[in-house]
Design a protein around this ligand. Structure first.
Ligand SMILES: [Zn+2]
Length: 315
């Protein structure tokens, strides 16, 4: 369970790009140990390797976009956060993502279709042990009254508070304590959301062309416009946690620590990762030792995030 994981075989999904409105095909292939998550633009002939890491973040407005260039040709892939959250939550360390357009398809606005895609082929344990970024010192980033903070601690926890001054979005904190099981149960189905007035403004700017009630929760001043309503009563704050969990995958490996966030978005999430990695005193890369493996083997709590045994199937 603390061994590196990849997909057992190729998996794929097709969906619409939220901003381009184009139909996009995504294929995920198994990758060797220590590869990490890499993106390949299948519609471009040559481009630089685009690894999912903080150095490749070029834009965080509306979604997280990665880019890398070589010989004057630059490849970018947008809206990576829900797919990265699915990999992170299921313990996928290594995969190659082939995508034939400039953004990952939005699917239903949540991470669930990606989780299903991974479950459809299953995972394989690799020989090498996982590596984790363990936080050693508090790091905080802020922008006005918005902030994100990460502190040392056992396991992986994210506490998030939103404040939209909207009757449907109470400013109550939501705390997510990671286990693979709680990730699948409590976070994966939370969809992205938007306010009707913002959606209209984005459309005028030629953005959110693929956006619809099939891939986002849309609210006006008083109500949810989606006929089926919400998937969780507090779906909004859960989606914020899902986004943060996906953005924090840009550490390049799972982390051990506790995160607290207030009114954050992709910009602060990624700044937090950058600030941690800039100071070697703030973190260390750790691999589990024999004693940790024994604890996990017995199903006892360990300091590492809890992943399910691969034999077990999760609904
Ligand atoms: Zn999102």
């Amino acid at each position: 369970m603390l061994r590196q994981r990849t997909l057992r075989e190729k998996a794929s999904v097709t969906g619409v790009g939220l901003h381009s409105g184009r139909r996009i095909r995504l294929e995920v292939l198994p990758a060797p140990e220590d590869n990490g998550i890499t993106f390949v633009r299948a519609d471009m002939r040559v481009h630089a390797e685009l690894k999912a890491c903080i150095d490749h973040v070029i834009d965080t407005t509306l979604a997280t976009t990665l880019a890398a260039g070589v010989n004057g040709s630059r490849a970018s892939v947008g809206t990576v956060e829900h797919l990265l959250a699915a990999f992170n939550g299921m313990g996928v360390d290594n995969a190659v993502v082939m995508v034939d357009g400039p953004e990952i398809p939005i699917m239903d606005g949540s991470a669930e279709p990606f989780v299903r895609m991974i479950q459809s082929v299953g995972l394989e344990a690799q020989r090498k042990l996982k590596r984790f970024i363990a936080i050693k010192k508090e790091v905080k980033v802020k922008d006005g009254d918005k902030f994100a903070r990460i502190t040392p601690g056992e396991g992986l926890k994210i506490k998030c508070t939103v404040d939209f001054d909207h009757p449907l979005i109470p400013p109550l904190p939501y705390t997510f304590k990671f286990t693979e099981r709680s990730f699948i149960r409590d976070l994966t189905r939370a969809r992205t959301f938007g306010f009707l007035k913002d959606v209209e403004a984005l459309r005028e700017r030629g953005l959110a062309r693929g956006g619809s009630l099939d891939n986002a929760v849309v609210i006006d001043e008083y109500r949810v416009l989606n006929p089926d309503g919400l998937r969780y009563p507090d779906e909004f704050v859960r989606h914020k946690v899902l986004d943060a969990f996906g953005d924090l995958a840009l550490f390049g490996m799972p982390f051990v620590g506790h995160v607290e966030m207030f009114r954050t978005g992709h910009a602060l999430n990624t700044q937090l990762v950058r600030k941690v990695l800039r100071d070697p005193k703030c973190f260390e890369v750790v691999t589990p030792v024999e004693a940790d493996l024994e604890l996990v083997e017995q199903g006892a709590p360990s300091r590492f995030p809890a992943f399910e045994p691969l034999e077990g199937t999760l609904a």
